[in-house]
Design a protein around this ligand. Structure first.
Ligand code: GCU
Ligand code: CA
Ligand code: CA
Length: 212
């Protein structure tokens, strides 16, 4: 039941659309990989989450004015299930979206628009799987409204690294076993393109050594 409609009755005034592609400005991360093995995508490929609950993709956008903005995704779903997802904005659940099957993994459709409230400045938008199939393959995300631009993924990476570091520091008085998940999180952040990840890892390692 997908449509290509882009009507935006509740969106902020004015036209304009920004299209966020994998590995470009505004694309932060995918719990999975960026692939190109199913044809019909735009850009250089599509984001393919691992197939499980809560796997997701993060984007960031900057808007000049607080208000409602419509969002749509171009996606392919060759499974026979609706891989519906939650839409989480700045850490808070705001909407959910259907990603019904598109017959094949090379059959791409545009999701029905959902509306999110964005605050003036930097915002993070996450689509997170509500089924054990993960998300469908996502070709791009479009945001409608005037005064919107793609965010800088480094900001999201810095924020996540800072949170990991804070968690490590908070564990200073805790037993060593509790440090293990923090260490894992810090190690996972090594792949992020950000110096702070290395600092978080160093802090976690130093913490572990101190507690052994
Ligand atoms: C297939 C397809 C992948 C897709 C996966 C899935 O393997 O090639 O691109 O992500 O199915 O079920 O999610
Ligand atoms: Ca997948
Ligand atoms: Ca793409």
């Amino acid at each position: 039941s997908s449509s290509s409609s882009s009507s935006s009755s509740s969106s902020s005034s004015g036209g304009g659309e920004i299209v966020l592609q994998e590995n470009e400005m505004g694309f932060c991360s995918v719990d999975g990989s960026v692939d190109n093995n199913n044809s019909g995508f735009t850009g250089t490929g599509f984001a393919n989450t691992d197939n499980d609950f809560y796997k997701g993709i993060d984007w960031s956008v900057v808007v000049q004015e607080s208000g409602n903005y419509d969002v749509q995704w171009r996606f392919a779903n060759g499974s026979s299930d609706n891989r519906r997802a939650n839409v989480i904005v700045n850490g808070a659940l705001q909407a959910d979206v259907d990603f019904d099957d598109t017959i094949s993994w090379s059959g791409w459709e545009i999701s029905d628009p959902i509306t999110v409230f964005l605050t003036a400045g930097y915002n993070e938008i996450r689509a997170e799987a509500l089924t054990n199939g993960g998300l469908p393959n996502i070709d791009s995300m479009s945001l409608f409204g005037s005064g919107a631009s793609p965010g800088n993924a480094m900001v999201a990476a810095h924020r996540q690294a800072a949170q990991a570091l804070q968690a490590a520091l908070a564990l200073q008085a805790a037993p060593v076993l509790q440090a293990a998940p923090v260490l894992q999180a810090a190690q996972a952040l090594q792949a992020a393109p950000v110096l702070q990840a290395a600092q978080a890892l160093q802090a976690a390692l130093a913490l572990q050594a101190a507690q052994v």
